[in-house]
Design a binder for this molecule. Sequence first.
Ligand SMILES: *[C@@H]1O[C@H](CO)[C@@H](O)[C@H](O)[C@H]1NC(C)=O
Length: 201
Amino acid sequence: MLILTLCVLLTVQVCPEENWLPNRKEEPRPVSYFSQRTRSLNAGYATDGDPAINDEVYRIFMLTILDGFNIFKIKMYNDRSFIYLTRRNYWLGDRYYYMDNYYYLATRDTCAYRMNETERQHLFYEEDNMPIFDIIYQCQRYQEYCCGLNCCKIDQIGRHDEPPKPPKYPWQDPWRHNSASSSSSSLTLIAILLISIFNSA
Ligand SMILES: *[C@@H]1O[C@H](CO)[C@@H](O)[C@H](O)[C@H]1NC(C)=O
């Protein structure tokens, strides 16, 4: 009887916990996933970089793109600016940059930096008054990655994106060399074994 009561108590105690378990397993996604502002439009690696550099590039970009006037409407051909601090081109908005045949290079990786509400509050397209969300710029493919409003060197995170080059000549291939020598040595071993077997017989 005592054992039965114990069992009932145990199941009563265990059951609610089991009901709670599935809820506990659902952990919230990391906040950084939602709040990261920098992304690669080529599905590459990206970080938000140095906030001080981002703020400074944004400040200079606004000075040059607005050219001292309160022009908050972005037209097709006034959306790009070269900034000496980082020595690269920036486009305001993602609507026209890829039509900029002279400065936009398809061989580079393209990055997008999402402005916050304060940063984009006065920025609209002239065409249809749609708000502008991103600042676009480019980084060297295989050498740099998107890093706030700048590019960072790939070495810094230890990535090696370039696939290993195939050997120029077959005899430079260590795998081929090893397999050839090992097969010849095993043939020699078999030959020695056969000879010794015949000798003993
Ligand atoms: C937007 O970013 C700027 C610069 O980093 C910051 O000063 C400002 O407080 C931010 N605004 C909002 C609404 O987060």
